[in-house]
Design a protein around this ligand. Structure first.
Ligand code: ADP
Length: 179
């Protein structure tokens, strides 16, 4: 673990912040910032599919048709070091008055719940919706970390460590201020 890893204890677990490419992390599950069609895309979605290999798309096509905003589905990890990929769909930012904050919280909650249902202990997530979907990251960070803290405090959860894998120093700084 790098020295740039920031950690905060929550309940019986912890939230960690790391500047990292999420596809490289050895955790039980990684969260993908997917879209409703589950058809792959740019950003972290493209990176995850490239690193995981074609098995990921094959499994998505076989098991799921689509995934509404605020929900999540799970697949194996293909060639990734992670055992599972949880494809969570965050909202596209419009103006903040179209339920975007609640939908973002729901996307994280759905992903964390699926992870616990699959007995995951360690999980890594990107900053959902703050890339191509345009959600302001200073508004997204407290929502993301609030959802993570709630998941770690939920009675009976298997989750013990949720790492936010931030892709830039600026993103890491914003999350670190909120932590
Ligand atoms: P969305 O469409 O939900 O906004 P994006 O993939 O465009 O999803 O962006 C979400 C976040 O993921 C952005 O902060 C982006 O910089 C980041 N990101 C892109 N590639 C990676 C990666 N390999 N690992 C972690 N984060 C990544």
């Amino acid at each position: 673990m790098g020295s740039d890893r920031l950690i905060r204890p929550v309940g019986e677990g912890r939230v960690a912040l790391l500047r990292a490419d999420i596809t490289t992390l050895t955790v039980d599950a990684i969260v993908n910032a997917a879209n409703q069609s589950l058809a792959g895309g740019g950003g972290v979605d493209g990176a995850i599919h490239r690193a995981a290999g074609p098995e990921l798309m094959r499994e998505l096509r076989e098991r799921y048709e689509r995934c509404p905003t605020g929900s999540a589905v799970i697949t194996g990890g293909g060639r990734l070091p992670a055992r599972y990929v949880i494809h969570a769909v965050g909202p596209r930012w419009r103006d903040g008055n179209h339920g975007e904050p609640e939908l973002l919280a729901q996307a994280y909650r759905s992903g964390f719940t699926l992870a616990s249902e699959h007995s995951c202990t360690t999980l890594a997530a990107p900053s959902i919706s703050t890339g191509i979907y345009g959600f302001p990251i200073d508004l997204a960070a407290p929502i993301a970390m609030g959802a993570a803290a709630a998941a770690l405090e939920a009675p009976g959860t298997s989750l013990r460590e949720i790492t936010f894998a931030l892709f830039s120093d600026v993103d890491l700084e914003v999350f670190a201020r909120t932590l």
